[in-house]
Design a protein around this ligand. Structure first.
Ligand code: GLY
Ligand code: MN
Ligand code: MN
Length: 447
C-alpha cells in the first residue's frame, strides 16, 4: 500500500478558494454572466405538518466553505473579487439561531449578517449580470435573477468536482479518520453480541454525531440482512444466533464524506475465510490502479477476481473468464465497484466525460455501475467489491443453464451469513492510489 500522509486542510484553504475561483471563472465563460449567487438551501416542512426534515445544504454552497447547517444564506462569487457570504441569523427564541461565523475560513470572506432575503438584495443591488445556483428558484426571481441553474455552468462545475484540491483531500482524510473511530466502536459492540440498533448507537457515539450528521444512513446488518444492499432498519434485539455483520457507515469533515464498509464474521469458518479472500482481492485491485485506466475496466477486472474466489472456494466450477462472460458473477456482485466521492457520498458526474457534459452511461452488462470516467490524478472514489448470497438473485440463477456449475449445497450453507462488502476511499496522488480508509484504520491502531 502506498502510504502518504495527507496534509491538514486548514492551511490549504486559501489555495482551495483560488482553485474554485478559477473553475468558476471558466464555467461562467459559457454564459454572459459576471458572477453567481449560490443559496445554502431552506428547511422543508413535512406535508401538512409544522416540523421540518433535517437540513441538507446545497453542495455548491459547501464546496466554498465549511458551513453546512445555516439555511437561507447565500454566497456571492464574482471571480477576481473577494467572495461574499450573506449569513442568515434570524431573530428567534423558538430555535437557536446560527452562531457567529468563526474559524480558519472567515478571514477570506466578506461576511454580512442578514435576517431576510430582501436585506441581501439591498446589499447586492443590481443583479442583472448574475446567475443563480440553488433549489429555491423563487428566491432568484424575487431578487431579479432570471438565469437559474444554467446547465452549461453546472456541467462544467460538476465535471471539475471530480478533481479534489489538496484542502479537499485533507477533509476527506479527516472524514475517514472519524469514520474509522466509529467502525472500531461498532466492531466492539458486534463482538459483544449487541443488536443492530445498539451497534448503530455505538457508531454514532464514537463519531460524536447524530444520524443527520452522517453523510448517509448507516447500514448495520446482521446475518441474512447483509444480503440487502441498502438495508435500512435497525433491529432492537440481537438475533438468537449471531453470524455476521456488514457495516456501511460514514462520517463527514467540513462537509466532505467518508463512505466505508467492513464485514465481520462472529466465528472462524468458511465465511470468515471468504471475507479474508475478498479483502485480499480488494487490496490487490487497488494496487492495480493507475491513472489512464478506465473505471469500467477496473470493474470488469474485479469481476474476474471475484470469479477466482468463487472457484477457489468451490462455489462455482467454471473458468473465471466464462463466469464473467456469462454474467454469473453479477448474481454475487450486482452493484458497481464504486463511485466518485466528495461533497456527496455518490458525488456528481460519475458518467460525465468532459466539461460540456457528454455522458458515457454504464455498460449494458453492468447497469448499476456509477462511474465510467477514466481514472485521473486528484480524483477520489470508492472501491467496494462485494460477494453476496441474495435469495432473489440466486433463485433467478437456479433456472439458468449455468446453474449446473454452481455448488448449491455450499451456497445454501452461506445464505445465513448474507454477504460481504469491503469499501475503501481511494485518492489518486502522484499517479498512485492512496487508501484514505486503510490509513485511517492504521492511525486508530497506533493510538
Ligand atoms: N454507502 C453507499 C455506498 O456505498 O455507495
Ligand atoms: Mn459507496
Ligand atoms: Mn458505502
Amino acid at each position: 500500500m502506498t502510504v502518504q500522509s495527507i496534509t491538514d486542510p486548514e492551511p490549504l484553504y486559501e489555495d482551495h478558494l483560488s482553485a474554485l475561483n478559477a473553475r468558476m471563472a471558466r464555467a461562467l465563460k459559457t454564459s454572459e454572466k459576471r458572477g453567481v449567487l449560490i443559496s445554502s438551501g431552506s428547511l422543508k416542512q413535512a406535508f401538512l405538518d409544522d416540523h421540518t426534515y433535517p437540513f441538507k445544504v446545497n453542495p455548491h454552497f459547501k464546496a466554498w466553505l465549511p458551513v453546512v447547517d445555516v439555511p437561507d444564506s447565500f454566497l456571492l462569487i464574482i471571480p477576481g473579487s473577494k467572495p461574499a457570504l450573506f449569513y442568515n441569523q434570524p431573530l428567534d427564541y423558538w430555535h437557536k439561531p446560527p452562531a457567529d461565523p468563526e474559524g480558519f475560513w472567515t478571514q477570506h470572506w466578506d461576511i454580512q449578517t442578514i435576517r431576510s432575503t430582501q436585506e441581501m438584495h439591498n446589499l447586492i443591488g443590481d443583479t442583472h449580470d448574475l446567475t443563480f445556483i440553488g433549489e429555491e428558484t423563487q428566491v432568484a426571481t424575487r431578487v431579479g435573477i432570471g438565469s437559474v441553474n444554467d446547465k452549461r455552468i453546472l456541467d462544467a462545475l460538476h465535471f471539475d468536482r471530480a478533481y479534489k484540491t489538496p484542502y479537499e483531500l485533507g477533509c476527506l482524510q479527516r472524514a475517514n479518520d472519524r469514520a474509522a473511530r466509529g467502525h472500531l466502536a461498532a466492531r466492539r459492540a458486534f463482538s459483544e453480541g449487541r443488536s443492530e440498533f445498539e451497534i448503530q448507537q455505538a457508531f454514532l457515539a464514537a463519531i460524536r454525531g447524530r444520524e443527520k450528521d452522517a453523510p448517509y444512513s448507516g447500514i448495520i446488518a446482521l446475518n441474512e440482512h447483509c444480503a440487502i444492499l441498502h438495508y435500512q432498519h435497525y433491529e432492537t434485539r440481537p438475533p438468537a444466533e449471531i453470524r455476521s455483520m456488514l457495516i456501511d457507515a460514514g462520517a463527514t469533515s467540513n462537509g466532505y464524506a467518508a463512505d466505508v464498509t467492513r464485514t465481520y464474521a462472529f466465528r472462524q469458518g468458511v465465511f470468515a475465510d471468504l471475507i479474508n479472500a475478498l479483502d485480499i482481492q480488494q487490496q490487490a485491485i487497488i494496487e492495480d490502479i493507475q491513472p489512464g485506466m478506465n473505471y469500467i475496466d477496473l470493474h470488469r477486472r474485479m469481476h474476474l477476481r471475484l470469479a477466482e474466489v468463487l472457484r477457489e472456494f468451490g462455489l462455482v466450477d467454471m473458468s473465471p473468464s466464462s463466469m464473467v462472460e456469462s454474467n454469473l458473477t453479477s448474481t454475487f456482485l450486482p452493484h458497481g465497484l464504486g463511485h466518485l466521492l466528495g461533497l456527496q457520498t455518490h458525488d456528481v458526474a460519475g458518467f460525465v466525460q468532459n466539461r460540456e457534459g457528454v455522458i458515457l452511461p454504464a455498460p449494458d452488462q453492468f447497469p448499476a455501475l456509477r462511474l465510467t470516467r477514466p481514472i485521473e490524478e486528484s480524483q477520489v472514489f470508492t472501491i467496494e467489491p462485494g460477494l453476496y448470497f441474495i435469495p432473489m438473485l440466486l433463485d433467478e440463477l437456479r433456472s439458468q443453464s449455468t446453474a449446473s456449475d454452481v455448488n448449491w449445497p455450499k451456497v445454501d450453507t452461506l445464505l445465513p451469513f448474507g454477504g460481504i462488502r469491503i469499501e475503501d476511499n481511494i485518492a489518486i496522488q502522484n499517479a498512485a492510489p492512496i487508501n484514505l480508509t486503510r490509513q485511517a484504520f492504521a492511525k486508530q491502531d497506533d493510538e
